[in-house]
Design a protein around this ligand. Structure first.
Ligand code: GLV
Ligand code: MN
Ligand code: MN
Length: 425
Protein backbone atom coordinates (compact mmCIF):
# COMPACT_ATOMS: atom_id res chain seq x y z
CA UNK A 1 0.00 0.00 0.00
CA UNK A 2 1.46 3.42 -0.90
CA UNK A 3 1.88 6.15 1.68
CA UNK A 4 -1.16 8.26 0.69
CA UNK A 5 -3.48 5.27 0.76
CA UNK A 6 -2.14 4.16 4.12
CA UNK A 7 -2.73 7.68 5.39
CA UNK A 8 -6.30 7.74 4.09
CA UNK A 9 -7.04 4.36 5.61
CA UNK A 10 -5.72 5.47 9.00
CA UNK A 11 -8.02 8.50 9.02
CA UNK A 12 -11.22 6.47 8.61
CA UNK A 13 -13.09 6.19 11.92
CA UNK A 14 -16.58 5.03 12.77
CA UNK A 15 -18.64 7.63 14.65
CA UNK A 16 -20.11 5.10 17.08
CA UNK A 17 -22.23 7.59 19.01
CA UNK A 18 -24.06 8.73 15.85
CA UNK A 19 -24.64 5.16 14.70
CA UNK A 20 -26.12 4.10 18.06
CA UNK A 21 -28.27 7.25 18.20
CA UNK A 22 -29.62 6.57 14.69
CA UNK A 23 -30.44 2.94 15.55
CA UNK A 24 -32.37 4.20 18.58
CA UNK A 25 -34.16 6.88 16.55
CA UNK A 26 -35.30 4.43 13.86
CA UNK A 27 -36.41 2.04 16.62
CA UNK A 28 -38.83 4.70 17.87
CA UNK A 29 -40.72 4.72 14.56
CA UNK A 30 -43.72 2.40 14.73
CA UNK A 31 -43.28 1.99 18.48
CA UNK A 32 -45.77 -0.32 20.24
CA UNK A 33 -46.91 0.13 23.82
CA UNK A 34 -45.03 -2.93 25.09
CA UNK A 35 -41.62 -1.85 23.78
CA UNK A 36 -41.49 -3.38 20.29
CA UNK A 37 -41.98 -1.65 16.96
CA UNK A 38 -43.98 -2.49 13.83
CA UNK A 39 -42.97 -1.15 10.42
CA UNK A 40 -44.55 -3.52 7.94
CA UNK A 41 -43.36 -3.00 4.37
CA UNK A 42 -44.90 0.09 2.69
CA UNK A 43 -47.00 1.02 5.73
CA UNK A 44 -47.14 4.59 7.08
CA UNK A 45 -44.50 3.63 9.64
CA UNK A 46 -42.22 2.25 6.92
CA UNK A 47 -42.64 5.54 5.01
CA UNK A 48 -41.65 7.50 8.10
CA UNK A 49 -38.49 5.37 8.59
CA UNK A 50 -37.68 5.70 4.85
CA UNK A 51 -38.01 9.49 5.04
CA UNK A 52 -35.65 9.55 8.00
CA UNK A 53 -33.09 7.34 6.25
CA UNK A 54 -33.21 9.46 3.09
CA UNK A 55 -32.70 12.61 5.18
CA UNK A 56 -29.60 11.06 6.81
CA UNK A 57 -28.29 10.05 3.38
CA UNK A 58 -28.75 13.60 2.12
CA UNK A 59 -26.97 15.01 5.18
CA UNK A 60 -23.94 12.98 4.06
CA UNK A 61 -24.44 14.33 0.51
CA UNK A 62 -25.02 10.85 -0.87
CA UNK A 63 -26.78 10.72 -4.23
CA UNK A 64 -30.17 9.16 -3.34
CA UNK A 65 -31.85 6.90 -5.88
CA UNK A 66 -35.07 4.88 -5.66
CA UNK A 67 -35.89 1.97 -7.98
CA UNK A 68 -39.34 0.80 -9.16
CA UNK A 69 -39.91 -1.41 -6.09
CA UNK A 70 -38.88 1.34 -3.65
CA UNK A 71 -35.39 0.08 -2.83
CA UNK A 72 -33.41 3.06 -1.49
CA UNK A 73 -29.78 3.67 -2.47
CA UNK A 74 -27.37 6.36 -1.23
CA UNK A 75 -24.27 6.65 -3.39
CA UNK A 76 -20.87 7.99 -2.43
CA UNK A 77 -19.14 8.19 -5.80
CA UNK A 78 -15.62 7.04 -6.47
CA UNK A 79 -13.38 8.63 -9.04
CA UNK A 80 -16.14 8.93 -11.65
CA UNK A 81 -19.96 8.94 -11.75
CA UNK A 82 -20.24 5.32 -12.84
CA UNK A 83 -21.44 2.67 -10.43
CA UNK A 84 -19.64 -0.16 -12.17
CA UNK A 85 -17.31 -1.85 -9.71
CA UNK A 86 -19.21 -0.50 -6.69
CA UNK A 87 -19.22 -1.91 -3.18
CA UNK A 88 -22.76 -2.06 -1.83
CA UNK A 89 -23.47 -2.29 1.90
CA UNK A 90 -27.09 -2.97 2.64
CA UNK A 91 -29.96 -4.53 4.53
CA UNK A 92 -33.57 -3.46 5.25
CA UNK A 93 -35.59 -1.19 7.55
CA UNK A 94 -39.01 -2.89 7.39
CA UNK A 95 -39.88 -5.10 10.37
CA UNK A 96 -42.10 -7.97 11.44
CA UNK A 97 -44.94 -7.16 13.85
CA UNK A 98 -43.62 -6.13 17.29
CA UNK A 99 -39.96 -6.41 16.34
CA UNK A 100 -36.69 -5.72 18.10
CA UNK A 101 -34.49 -2.71 17.27
CA UNK A 102 -31.68 -4.26 15.23
CA UNK A 103 -32.97 -6.67 12.56
CA UNK A 104 -32.06 -4.97 9.26
CA UNK A 105 -31.69 -1.47 10.74
CA UNK A 106 -28.24 -2.28 12.14
CA UNK A 107 -26.93 -3.28 8.70
CA UNK A 108 -28.42 -0.37 6.76
CA UNK A 109 -27.27 2.23 9.29
CA UNK A 110 -23.82 0.64 9.53
CA UNK A 111 -23.51 1.15 5.78
CA UNK A 112 -24.27 4.79 6.44
CA UNK A 113 -21.65 4.81 9.24
CA UNK A 114 -19.02 3.62 6.75
CA UNK A 115 -20.02 6.39 4.30
CA UNK A 116 -19.82 8.87 7.21
CA UNK A 117 -16.30 7.65 8.03
CA UNK A 118 -15.22 8.58 4.49
CA UNK A 119 -17.03 11.93 4.60
CA UNK A 120 -15.64 12.89 8.02
CA UNK A 121 -12.11 12.01 6.98
CA UNK A 122 -12.49 13.80 3.65
CA UNK A 123 -11.42 10.63 1.84
CA UNK A 124 -12.85 9.86 -1.60
CA UNK A 125 -13.08 6.13 -2.34
CA UNK A 126 -11.60 4.87 -5.59
CA UNK A 127 -14.74 2.85 -6.25
CA UNK A 128 -18.32 3.92 -5.44
CA UNK A 129 -19.90 2.95 -2.12
CA UNK A 130 -23.66 2.34 -2.31
CA UNK A 131 -25.65 2.17 0.93
CA UNK A 132 -28.86 0.18 0.32
CA UNK A 133 -32.15 -0.42 2.14
CA UNK A 134 -34.20 -3.07 0.34
CA UNK A 135 -37.99 -3.09 0.29
CA UNK A 136 -39.99 -5.79 2.09
CA UNK A 137 -37.22 -8.05 3.32
CA UNK A 138 -39.43 -9.51 6.03
CA UNK A 139 -42.18 -10.79 3.75
CA UNK A 140 -44.75 -10.50 6.52
CA UNK A 141 -47.21 -8.23 4.73
CA UNK A 142 -46.36 -9.22 1.14
CA UNK A 143 -44.78 -12.50 0.02
CA UNK A 144 -42.18 -13.56 -0.93
CA UNK A 145 -39.67 -12.25 1.59
CA UNK A 146 -36.46 -10.53 0.37
CA UNK A 147 -38.72 -9.15 -2.36
CA UNK A 148 -36.82 -5.90 -2.97
CA UNK A 149 -33.46 -7.61 -3.38
CA UNK A 150 -35.07 -10.42 -5.41
CA UNK A 151 -36.40 -7.80 -7.84
CA UNK A 152 -33.11 -5.88 -7.82
CA UNK A 153 -31.25 -9.01 -8.90
CA UNK A 154 -33.72 -9.85 -11.67
CA UNK A 155 -35.51 -12.72 -9.87
CA UNK A 156 -39.09 -11.41 -10.19
CA UNK A 157 -40.73 -9.19 -12.85
CA UNK A 158 -41.98 -5.75 -11.80
CA UNK A 159 -45.57 -6.52 -12.88
CA UNK A 160 -45.71 -9.52 -10.52
CA UNK A 161 -44.29 -7.41 -7.71
CA UNK A 162 -46.77 -4.56 -8.18
CA UNK A 163 -49.74 -6.95 -8.37
CA UNK A 164 -48.82 -8.72 -5.12
CA UNK A 165 -51.65 -8.63 -2.62
CA UNK A 166 -50.84 -8.25 1.08
CA UNK A 167 -52.33 -10.06 4.06
CA UNK A 168 -54.46 -6.94 4.61
CA UNK A 169 -55.78 -7.06 1.01
CA UNK A 170 -53.70 -4.06 -0.17
CA UNK A 171 -51.88 -4.15 -3.51
CA UNK A 172 -48.16 -3.57 -3.29
CA UNK A 173 -48.09 -1.23 -6.29
CA UNK A 174 -50.79 1.02 -4.80
CA UNK A 175 -49.05 1.13 -1.44
CA UNK A 176 -45.74 1.98 -3.06
CA UNK A 177 -47.32 4.95 -4.88
CA UNK A 178 -49.30 6.00 -1.81
CA UNK A 179 -46.15 6.38 0.32
CA UNK A 180 -44.26 8.05 -2.56
CA UNK A 181 -41.53 5.46 -3.06
CA UNK A 182 -42.15 4.24 -6.60
CA UNK A 183 -38.86 5.30 -8.16
CA UNK A 184 -37.47 5.17 -11.67
CA UNK A 185 -33.86 4.16 -11.24
CA UNK A 186 -33.01 1.17 -13.38
CA UNK A 187 -31.68 -1.54 -10.98
CA UNK A 188 -29.11 -2.79 -13.50
CA UNK A 189 -27.35 0.61 -13.30
CA UNK A 190 -26.52 -0.05 -9.65
CA UNK A 191 -25.54 -3.73 -9.62
CA UNK A 192 -22.37 -3.80 -7.49
CA UNK A 193 -19.21 -5.87 -7.77
CA UNK A 194 -19.22 -6.66 -4.03
CA UNK A 195 -21.97 -6.77 -1.43
CA UNK A 196 -21.56 -6.76 2.35
CA UNK A 197 -24.30 -7.12 4.95
CA UNK A 198 -23.78 -6.73 8.68
CA UNK A 199 -26.58 -8.24 10.79
CA UNK A 200 -27.35 -9.48 14.26
CA UNK A 201 -27.22 -13.28 14.26
CA UNK A 202 -30.84 -13.70 15.43
CA UNK A 203 -29.93 -17.14 16.77
CA UNK A 204 -28.03 -18.51 19.79
CA UNK A 205 -24.75 -19.79 18.32
CA UNK A 206 -22.35 -16.84 18.82
CA UNK A 207 -23.81 -15.90 22.20
CA UNK A 208 -23.63 -19.44 23.56
CA UNK A 209 -20.05 -19.88 22.36
CA UNK A 210 -19.10 -16.36 23.55
CA UNK A 211 -17.82 -15.44 20.09
CA UNK A 212 -17.75 -11.80 18.98
CA UNK A 213 -17.95 -12.05 15.19
CA UNK A 214 -19.70 -14.56 12.94
CA UNK A 215 -18.21 -15.04 9.49
CA UNK A 216 -21.24 -16.21 7.54
CA UNK A 217 -20.34 -18.99 5.12
CA UNK A 218 -23.76 -20.05 3.90
CA UNK A 219 -27.48 -19.57 4.36
CA UNK A 220 -30.38 -22.00 4.56
CA UNK A 221 -32.81 -22.66 1.74
CA UNK A 222 -36.37 -21.52 2.44
CA UNK A 223 -39.75 -22.91 1.44
CA UNK A 224 -42.90 -21.02 2.42
CA UNK A 225 -46.37 -22.41 1.74
CA UNK A 226 -49.95 -21.47 2.49
CA UNK A 227 -52.31 -24.38 3.05
CA UNK A 228 -56.07 -23.98 3.00
CA UNK A 229 -58.24 -26.78 4.38
CA UNK A 230 -61.98 -27.02 3.77
CA UNK A 231 -64.28 -29.19 5.84
CA UNK A 232 -67.86 -28.76 7.06
CA UNK A 233 -69.07 -26.53 9.88
CA UNK A 234 -71.40 -28.41 12.19
CA UNK A 235 -72.66 -28.58 15.75
CA UNK A 236 -69.97 -29.39 18.33
CA UNK A 237 -72.42 -31.17 20.61
CA UNK A 238 -74.44 -33.23 18.19
CA UNK A 239 -72.03 -34.35 15.46
CA UNK A 240 -70.41 -37.75 16.15
CA UNK A 241 -66.64 -37.63 15.69
CA UNK A 242 -66.81 -40.26 12.92
CA UNK A 243 -69.13 -38.00 10.90
CA UNK A 244 -67.00 -34.86 11.00
CA UNK A 245 -65.02 -33.12 8.28
CA UNK A 246 -63.00 -31.10 10.75
CA UNK A 247 -60.59 -28.61 9.17
CA UNK A 248 -59.21 -27.83 12.64
CA UNK A 249 -58.10 -31.39 13.33
CA UNK A 250 -56.52 -31.65 9.89
CA UNK A 251 -54.57 -28.43 10.53
CA UNK A 252 -53.42 -29.68 13.94
CA UNK A 253 -52.19 -32.91 12.34
CA UNK A 254 -50.08 -30.87 9.90
CA UNK A 255 -48.53 -28.90 12.78
CA UNK A 256 -47.57 -32.11 14.61
CA UNK A 257 -46.36 -33.82 11.41
CA UNK A 258 -44.00 -30.93 10.68
CA UNK A 259 -42.55 -30.97 14.19
CA UNK A 260 -41.91 -34.72 13.89
CA UNK A 261 -40.37 -34.25 10.46
CA UNK A 262 -37.91 -31.72 11.91
CA UNK A 263 -37.12 -33.93 14.90
CA UNK A 264 -36.29 -36.90 12.69
CA UNK A 265 -34.07 -34.83 10.36
CA UNK A 266 -30.40 -33.88 10.65
CA UNK A 267 -30.97 -30.21 9.86
CA UNK A 268 -34.50 -29.36 8.70
CA UNK A 269 -36.39 -26.67 10.63
CA UNK A 270 -40.16 -26.39 10.33
CA UNK A 271 -42.60 -23.82 11.66
CA UNK A 272 -46.32 -23.17 11.43
CA UNK A 273 -46.36 -19.51 12.40
CA UNK A 274 -49.91 -18.63 11.44
CA UNK A 275 -53.09 -20.70 11.82
CA UNK A 276 -56.62 -19.36 11.49
CA UNK A 277 -59.90 -21.22 11.78
CA UNK A 278 -63.31 -20.18 10.62
CA UNK A 279 -65.89 -19.65 11.75
CA UNK A 280 -63.63 -19.66 14.85
CA UNK A 281 -66.36 -20.28 17.44
CA UNK A 282 -66.38 -22.42 20.57
CA UNK A 283 -69.26 -24.70 19.60
CA UNK A 284 -68.79 -25.02 15.85
CA UNK A 285 -66.57 -27.56 14.07
CA UNK A 286 -64.16 -25.49 11.91
CA UNK A 287 -65.18 -25.50 8.26
CA UNK A 288 -61.97 -23.84 7.18
CA UNK A 289 -58.38 -23.55 8.33
CA UNK A 290 -55.58 -21.53 6.76
CA UNK A 291 -52.04 -22.08 7.91
CA UNK A 292 -48.54 -21.11 6.82
CA UNK A 293 -45.59 -23.47 6.61
CA UNK A 294 -41.96 -22.37 6.86
CA UNK A 295 -39.40 -25.10 6.06
CA UNK A 296 -35.65 -24.35 6.04
CA UNK A 297 -32.54 -26.39 5.49
CA UNK A 298 -28.94 -25.61 4.49
CA UNK A 299 -28.94 -28.77 2.29
CA UNK A 300 -30.81 -28.47 -0.98
CA UNK A 301 -31.71 -32.18 -1.29
CA UNK A 302 -33.00 -32.39 2.28
CA UNK A 303 -35.16 -29.29 1.78
CA UNK A 304 -36.70 -30.82 -1.35
CA UNK A 305 -37.26 -34.10 0.47
CA UNK A 306 -39.02 -32.36 3.37
CA UNK A 307 -41.35 -30.66 0.88
CA UNK A 308 -42.11 -34.02 -0.75
CA UNK A 309 -42.84 -35.64 2.60
CA UNK A 310 -45.26 -32.83 3.43
CA UNK A 311 -47.11 -33.24 0.12
CA UNK A 312 -47.42 -37.01 0.69
CA UNK A 313 -48.77 -36.39 4.17
CA UNK A 314 -51.34 -33.94 2.81
CA UNK A 315 -52.58 -36.58 0.35
CA UNK A 316 -53.11 -39.05 3.21
CA UNK A 317 -54.82 -36.39 5.26
CA UNK A 318 -57.29 -35.67 2.46
CA UNK A 319 -58.53 -39.26 2.62
CA UNK A 320 -58.29 -39.78 6.37
CA UNK A 321 -60.05 -36.57 7.41
CA UNK A 322 -62.32 -36.22 4.38
CA UNK A 323 -61.24 -32.60 3.84
CA UNK A 324 -60.28 -30.59 0.75
CA UNK A 325 -56.80 -29.13 0.64
CA UNK A 326 -55.10 -26.51 -1.48
CA UNK A 327 -51.42 -25.60 -1.30
CA UNK A 328 -49.85 -22.38 -2.58
CA UNK A 329 -46.12 -21.73 -2.71
CA UNK A 330 -45.34 -18.28 -1.25
CA UNK A 331 -41.55 -18.35 -1.46
CA UNK A 332 -38.90 -20.86 -2.52
CA UNK A 333 -35.19 -20.10 -2.34
CA UNK A 334 -32.27 -22.50 -2.62
CA UNK A 335 -29.50 -22.53 0.02
CA UNK A 336 -26.67 -20.08 -0.71
CA UNK A 337 -22.88 -20.21 -0.23
CA UNK A 338 -21.25 -16.82 0.24
CA UNK A 339 -18.01 -15.71 -1.43
CA UNK A 340 -15.05 -17.51 0.14
CA UNK A 341 -12.53 -14.76 -0.58
CA UNK A 342 -14.67 -12.14 1.17
CA UNK A 343 -15.31 -14.54 4.07
CA UNK A 344 -11.60 -14.94 4.69
CA UNK A 345 -11.06 -11.17 4.42
CA UNK A 346 -13.73 -10.73 7.13
CA UNK A 347 -12.08 -13.42 9.24
CA UNK A 348 -8.73 -11.67 8.88
CA UNK A 349 -10.16 -8.26 9.72
CA UNK A 350 -11.72 -9.64 12.93
CA UNK A 351 -8.43 -11.26 13.89
CA UNK A 352 -6.45 -8.08 13.33
CA UNK A 353 -8.89 -6.18 15.54
CA UNK A 354 -8.40 -8.86 18.23
CA UNK A 355 -12.02 -10.09 18.09
CA UNK A 356 -12.88 -13.76 18.38
CA UNK A 357 -14.70 -15.15 15.35
CA UNK A 358 -16.14 -18.34 13.95
CA UNK A 359 -17.64 -19.54 10.69
CA UNK A 360 -21.43 -19.74 10.87
CA UNK A 361 -24.52 -20.66 8.83
CA UNK A 362 -27.31 -18.10 8.63
CA UNK A 363 -30.60 -19.54 9.82
CA UNK A 364 -32.48 -16.41 8.74
CA UNK A 365 -33.11 -15.17 5.22
CA UNK A 366 -31.25 -12.00 4.18
CA UNK A 367 -30.96 -9.67 1.19
CA UNK A 368 -27.36 -10.90 0.84
CA UNK A 369 -28.68 -14.23 -0.44
CA UNK A 370 -30.22 -12.45 -3.43
CA UNK A 371 -27.21 -10.20 -4.04
CA UNK A 372 -25.04 -13.36 -4.13
CA UNK A 373 -26.72 -14.06 -7.52
CA UNK A 374 -25.07 -11.01 -9.12
CA UNK A 375 -22.10 -10.00 -6.97
CA UNK A 376 -19.47 -11.33 -4.62
CA UNK A 377 -21.48 -11.33 -1.38
CA UNK A 378 -20.69 -11.92 2.28
CA UNK A 379 -22.21 -11.35 5.69
CA UNK A 380 -20.88 -10.43 9.12
CA UNK A 381 -22.85 -11.40 12.25
CA UNK A 382 -22.66 -10.11 15.80
CA UNK A 383 -24.24 -12.05 18.70
CA UNK A 384 -27.88 -11.79 19.71
CA UNK A 385 -28.28 -12.22 23.46
CA UNK A 386 -30.10 -15.47 24.17
CA UNK A 387 -30.58 -15.91 20.42
CA UNK A 388 -33.79 -13.84 20.56
CA UNK A 389 -35.07 -12.03 17.45
CA UNK A 390 -38.39 -11.16 15.77
CA UNK A 391 -39.25 -10.16 19.32
CA UNK A 392 -38.95 -6.80 21.17
CA UNK A 393 -36.44 -8.47 23.53
CA UNK A 394 -33.85 -8.72 20.71
CA UNK A 395 -30.63 -7.36 22.24
CA UNK A 396 -26.96 -6.90 21.43
CA UNK A 397 -24.73 -4.76 23.69
CA UNK A 398 -23.39 -1.53 22.15
CA UNK A 399 -19.82 -2.75 22.38
CA UNK A 400 -20.55 -5.79 20.20
CA UNK A 401 -22.55 -3.70 17.72
CA UNK A 402 -19.56 -1.38 17.34
CA UNK A 403 -17.12 -4.27 16.94
CA UNK A 404 -19.21 -5.52 14.03
CA UNK A 405 -19.15 -2.15 12.28
CA UNK A 406 -15.38 -1.86 12.83
CA UNK A 407 -14.92 -5.13 10.95
CA UNK A 408 -17.28 -3.86 8.25
CA UNK A 409 -15.28 -0.62 7.92
CA UNK A 410 -11.98 -2.50 7.64
CA UNK A 411 -13.29 -4.81 4.94
CA UNK A 412 -14.94 -1.90 3.09
CA UNK A 413 -11.79 0.22 3.26
CA UNK A 414 -9.81 -2.66 1.79
CA UNK A 415 -12.23 -2.84 -1.14
CA UNK A 416 -12.66 0.91 -1.67
CA UNK A 417 -9.07 2.08 -1.42
CA UNK A 418 -6.15 0.59 -3.24
CA UNK A 419 -4.16 -1.87 -1.15
CA UNK A 420 -5.34 -4.16 1.60
CA UNK A 421 -7.38 -3.66 4.74
CA UNK A 422 -7.29 -0.80 7.21
CA UNK A 423 -5.75 -3.00 9.86
CA UNK A 424 -2.79 -3.83 7.62
CA UNK A 425 -1.49 -0.28 8.10
C1 GLV B 1 -36.39 -13.10 7.64
O1 GLV B 1 -36.36 -12.40 8.66
C2 GLV B 1 -36.58 -14.52 7.78
O2 GLV B 1 -37.73 -14.96 7.92
O3 GLV B 1 -35.57 -15.24 7.85
MN1 MN C 1 -33.11 -8.97 8.71
MN1 MN D 1 -36.30 -10.43 10.15
Amino acid sequence: MDRDTADNVRRLEIDGATLLRQIERLGEIGRERDGGRTRLALSDQDKCARDQLVQWMKELELDVKIDPIGNIFGILYGEGESCADALMIGSHIDTVINAGPFDGVYGALSGLAVARAFRNAGVRPLRPLIVAAFTNEEGVRFQPDMMGSLFFTGGIPIDDVLATRGIDGAFLGEELRRIGYKGETEPSSLVPADYLELHVEQGPVLDSKQMEIGVVENLQGISWKRIEISGTANHAGTTPVSMRRDAGVAAARIVVFLRELALSSEGTRTTVGSLRFSPDLINVIPSNAVLTVDIRDPESARLADAEKQLLRFLEELRTKEGVELSVKSLARFEPVRFDEELASIIEDAAKKRGYSSMRITSGAGHDAQMLARVAKAAMIFVPSRGGISHNPAEYTPDELLLQGVHVLLDVAAGRLLKGGNKTEV
